[in-house]
Design a protein around this ligand. Sequence first.
Ligand code: ADP
Ligand code: MG
Length: 227
Amino acid sequence: MSDLIKLTNVTKNYRRGKEEINIFTGLNLTIPKGDFVAIMGPSGSGKTTLLNLLGGTDRCDRGEIVFDGEHIEAYSEGQLAAWRARNVGFVFQFYNLMPVLNAAQNVELPLMLTSLPVKKRRENVATALKIVDLSDRAKHRPKELSGGQQQRVAIARAIVSDPKLMLCDEPTGDLDRASANEILSTLQLLNRELGKTIIMVTHDPEAARFATRTLHLDKGHFVEAIS
Ligand code: ADP
Ligand code: MG
């Protein structure tokens, strides 16, 4: 299986005034195409920072980030934004849906920036809502949906541009067990049936079991699991 992502010697620092905070030094990571990885680790260990580097919403200070052969660390902000729109879908803990838009409109948002004709946009939205089993809630606003349903809308929004990579930051962190399992089953289906490569940060060992492997991050380093 070929690699989708390869991080080589990645260093990431945050600057706050005069202070420099080191998050990663010489981090290496390879993600093959079709992988479903869970990332676990204590609060502050750099999990969200890692997703932001992988998804091009943040940049590293040194090192290489290669995605499907493209050196994204060398991209300008504009190139990075265009690359992201084509290749990455994000899912967050608190869904981040627009409250004034209905489910279908929320899912359509990422397509508004593309040149896709309206008819094709609507078709893609309908397909994405069908995949997450929410075709019958297309006209509902977020507040008229349960937490689990809102997260399924967010997943539909993440996949509507047919990205290769999905980055999920504690996607079940705000959900009860049953709703969480529905979301995790949906992610598993996207991975197995549609070949999406998924990287999911979670605190929940049960959630991690839905992934094919788990990486443990501690203070900016990958460590062996403590059993
Ligand atoms: P996690 O998601 O594992 O809880 P984060 O990646 O959010 O960890 O944060 C790792 C460390 O980086 C934390 O110490 C956090 O305070 C710091 N950090 C995150 N974002 C910024 C930022 N924009 N500026 C400064 N420090 C940050
Ligand atoms: Mg985090």
